[in-house]
Design a protein around this ligand. Structure first.
Ligand code: LLP
Length: 396
C-alpha cells in the first residue's frame, strides 16, 4: 500500500473524483517564478486548456502568471477566477465573432492570429467597437517534436498557424490596417516534449525568421514560444516538479533577442500535470480464462480490475495511449498483475494493461497520478454519466 493518501479522509465521498495536491501545485509555481525571475523579460501565460478548475486557477493566479486562452468560455472562466484581462493571450484557429468581441471588450493583452481571414475579421470587429486589437501572428515553424502524433502541432501539414513563407506579406497587411496593431510572433510545436533539442530547433527557426524580418525593416516586440514542456509520467512521486531550469535556460541560451523584446511562454501540462490524481473505486475484480479450447490447459487467466471511473473521466489512455501511474491506495497485500478498465461500453475504455497492483478487491480505492493536466477538463458525459467531482488537499 502506498502512503500517498490517507484514505480515511475519502470516506463518504462520491467517486470518481479529482484530487489536487496544493503543495505540489504551489511548489511548481514557485519553481517557475524562481527560474523566470532570473531573466526579467520572461512571462509565463498558463494554458488554461490543461485545467480550468476554479480552485486550481485561483492558486495559479496568486503566483502572478498570465493566461493563454483558446475560447471565449476560457476567457470568461479566467476572469471569474480573478485573472487580469491584460495578461490574457487569445489563440485558436477558429475564433467566433462573439469571442473576438469579448476579448476586445475586456482589452486582453493580445490575439494570436492564425490566418489572413481571421486578421480581417478582427480588424473589422475592432473598428466597429472603436478598439485597436494587439495582434501576434502564429507562425507554423515546421518543426517536429518527439511526442505523440496527435499532439504535434508545428508541422507544415497541421492546421495551425501561418506558413513561414507568408509571414512578411501578412505583417505588411496588418501594418496597413486601421484597427490592429502588430506586435509579435507566436509559435507552438507540440506537447509533452522532454527533449530540449526540440526547443533548440524552435529557437533556431525563430532566429532565422527574425533575421529575415529585421532585414525587411520589421520590428518585433513580443516573441511567444508557446508551451509544450513535458512531465514525468513514469515517476510522478519521485519527480513531481518538471525541469523548468533546463527549459528556460534552453531559451536563454538559444533564442537571440533584440533589445526590448519580451518572451512569452504558454505552459499548461507542466504547471498542473503532477498536482492532480484521479481517485476511483473498484466495483469488481474478475478473472477471465484465456482458454479458447477445452484442451488448452496452458492458457492462463487475465485479471481485470473494473473501476467506477471511465474514459469519460480520464480520456488520455484511450486517446493517446497514455499511461498514468496507478496505485491501489487501500491495499498492502502482495502485488498481482491486472488490467485496469472502466465501465464504459467501448473496448478502448482501458486505463492500463498488465500492471502491478497490490492485491485488489471490491471497494478498494485506486489513484491514477499525473492527471492534473487534460484530465478533468476533457471529461465528458458519454453514457449519461456524471462529470467527476474535484477536491483540493486543503479541503480533504
Ligand atoms: N499553446 C498552444 C498554442 C497549444 O496548442 C497548447 C496545447 C499549449 C500552449 C499548452 O501546451 P502544454 O504546455 O500543455 O504542452 N490533450 C493533450 C494535449 C493537447 C495540447 C494542445 N495544445 C494531452 O492530454 O496530452
Amino acid at each position: 500500500m502506498t502512503t500517498l493518501y490517507n484514505t480515511e479522509k475519502f470516506k463518504g465521498i462520491r467517486t470518481p473524483f479529482y484530487l489536487y495536491d496544493t503543495n505540489i501545485l504551489r511548489q511548481t509555481l514557485s519553481a517557475i517564478n524562481a527560474e523566470t525571475e532570473k531573466y526579467g523579460n520572461y512571462h509565463v501565460h498558463y494554458a488554461v486548456k490543461a485545467n480550468a478548475n476554479l480552485k486550481v486557477l485561483s492558486i495559479i493566479n496568486e503566483y502572478g502568471l498570465g493566461i493563454d486562452c483558446v475560447s471565449g468560455g476560457e476567457i470568461e472562466q479566467v476572469l471569474k477566477a480573478g485573472f487580469p484581462a491584460n495578461k490574457i493571450v487569445f489563440a485558436g484557429v477558429g475564433k467566433s465573432d462573439w469571442e473576438i468581441e469579448l476579448a476586445l471588450r475586456e482589452e486582453i493583452f493580445s490575439f494570436n492570429v492564425e490566418s489572413i481571414p481571421e486578421l480581417e475579421v478582427i480588424n473589422e470587429i475592432a473598428g466597429s467597437m472603436g478598439k485597436k486589437a494587439t495582434v501576434c501572428f502564429r507562425i507554423n515553424p515546421n518543426v517536429g517534436a518527439h511526442t505523440h502524433a496527435n499532439i504535434t502541432t508545428g508541422l507544415a501539414d497541421n492546421k495551425f498557424g501561418i506558413a513561414m513563407a507568408d509571414m512578411e506579406k501578412v505583417i505588411r497587411m496588418a501594418q496597413e490596417m486601421q484597427n490592429v496593431q502588430f506586435k509579435g510572433l507566436h509559435f507552438h510545436i507540440g506537447s509533452q516534449i522532454l527533449e530540449m533539442d526540440d526547443f533548440v530547433a524552435l529557437c533556431n527557426r525563430i532566429n532565422e525568421l527574425q533575421d529575415q524580418l529585421e532585414a525587411a525593416g520589421i520590428n518585433i516586440e513580443i516573441i511567444n514560444v508557446g508551451g509544450g514542456l513535458g512531465i514525468d509520467y513514469s515517476d510522478p512521486v519521485g519527480n513531481p516538479i518538471p525541469d523548468f531550469k533546463s527549459y528556460f535556460e534552453t531559451y536563454n541560451k538559444n533564442l537571440k533577442l533584440r533589445p526590448g523584446q519580451t518572451v512569452h511562454f504558454e505552459l499548461g501540462r507542466a504547471v498542473v500535470g503532477q498536482c492532480g490524481a484521479l481517485i476511483t473505486k473498484v466495483n469488481y475484480v474478475k478473472s477471465n480464462s484465456l482458454q479458447t479450447y477445452a484442451n488448452d490447459k496452458e492458457a492462463g487467466v487475465k485479471n481485470f480490475v473494473i473501476v467506477d471511473a471511465g474514459m469519460t473521466d480520464l480520456i488520455r489512455p484511450a486517446l493517446y495511449d497514455a499511461h498514468h501511474k496507478t496505485f491501489n491506495i487501500s491495499s498492502d497485500e502482495a502485488m498481482e498483475t491486472y488490467d485496469v478498465v472502466g465501465p464504459i461500453c467501448e473496448s478502448s475504455d482501458v486505463f492500463d494493461k498488465d500492471i502491478q497492483l497490490n492485491k485488489t478487491k471490491r471497494g478498494d480505492l485506486i489513484a491514477m497520478l499525473s492527471a492534473g493536466a487534460y484530465g478533468e477538463i476533457m471529461a465528458s458525459q458519454y453514457n449519461c454519466r456524471c462529470l467527476p467531482l474535484s477536491y483540493t488537499t486543503d479541503e480533504l
